[in-house]
Design a protein around this ligand. Structure first.
Ligand code: SF4
Length: 263
């Protein structure tokens, strides 16, 4: 296990801006408490640490907190001559789990239109709540609806993503992803290594072939694949190598989808 000291939390509700080679200048929106992590997954690779390591005391920021902090951050950036390329909902947990997520998306769209009309709005989500009509329609409104799909293997999901609720059904999740009619980007981490002695390599044919079938069925606008980068709570995970990632990317492209790779 990586120690609690080596994984990082995001400030709440606004953090950054941070430069990203892929996204440009990104202002982060974290709808979780700033003092810990709350997620309905507990991924072994989560850069925020495990839920157990990161108990929270503070409440989530309110819709008003987020709106005020975003406006203040945008005012400061613009006064410094900086314009964000993207406003990114991510942070210490699952953004769509905030009870006011849909209204916060509406506020963010208004503010984007007023302050930085060329900026994109991106949401990084684990897709567990896309069956909720308010979450679904909010995700239809954002520019980049980026949903996690690490595998279609239920055993692997319970070993690696570790859903915190009973009855998480990946088949149902894929059906819901299809309903976005292409207004969805699929994000997948590929890795090697083990968790408590169980192999969690999802780069073999046994994992990639059914995952590709799911991609074909969802028909996303894009696929983003990546591997472990910074600290992870479980130390026995290993990066997938470049050749493996390139090989998977080539298959996605051959299936007719755009694919980006982050090594
Ligand atoms: S879904 Fe994201 S925030 Fe939640 S545990 Fe997994 S990596 Fe961390």
């Amino acid at each position: 296990m990586h120690t609690i000291m080596t994984t990082s939390l995001h400030h709440s509700p606004i953090y950054g801006p941070v430069h990203s080679r892929r996204l440009g200048l990104s202002l982060g929106i974290n709808l979780m408490p700033g003092d810990g992590k709350i997620c309905n997954f507990d991924c072994v690779y989560c850069e925020c640490g495990t839920n157990g390591q990161r108990h929270t005391v503070l409440p989530r920021p309110t819709r008003q907190d987020v709106s005020a902090a975003l406006e203040q951050a945008l005012n400061i950036m613009l006064s410094e001559g900086k314009v964000p390329d993207v406003l990114t909902f991510a942070g210490n947990g699952e953004p769509t789990a905030h009870p006011d997520f849909a209204a916060i998306v509406d506020d963010t769209i208004s503010m984007r239109n007023r302050y930085c009309p060329n900026a994109r709005i991106s949401v990084l989500s684990n897709a567990t709540l896309i069956g909720r009509p308010d979450v679904f329609s909010a995700l239809m409104k954002v520019d980049d609806n980026i949903l996690k799909l690490d595998t279609v293997d239920t055993y692997y999901i319970y070993k690696v993503n570790r859903p915190q609720q009973h009855g998480f059904d990946i088949g149902n999740t894929i059906e819901l992803m299809r309903k976005f009619n292409g207004h969805v980007i699929i994000q997948t981490i590929f890795m090697k290594g083990d968790v408590e002695g169980d192999d969690v390599d999802n780069t073999s044919e046994q994992f990639v072939a059914p995952w590709l079938d799911a991609i074909r069925s969802i028909a996303p606008s894009k696929v983003m694949i990546y591997t472990i980068d910074r600290d992870t709570p479980v130390k026995t995970l290993r990066k997938a190598d470049k050749a493996t990632l390139d090989g998977i990317s080539a298959r996605v492209v051959a299936a007719g989808f755009e694919c980006s790779v982050a090594y």
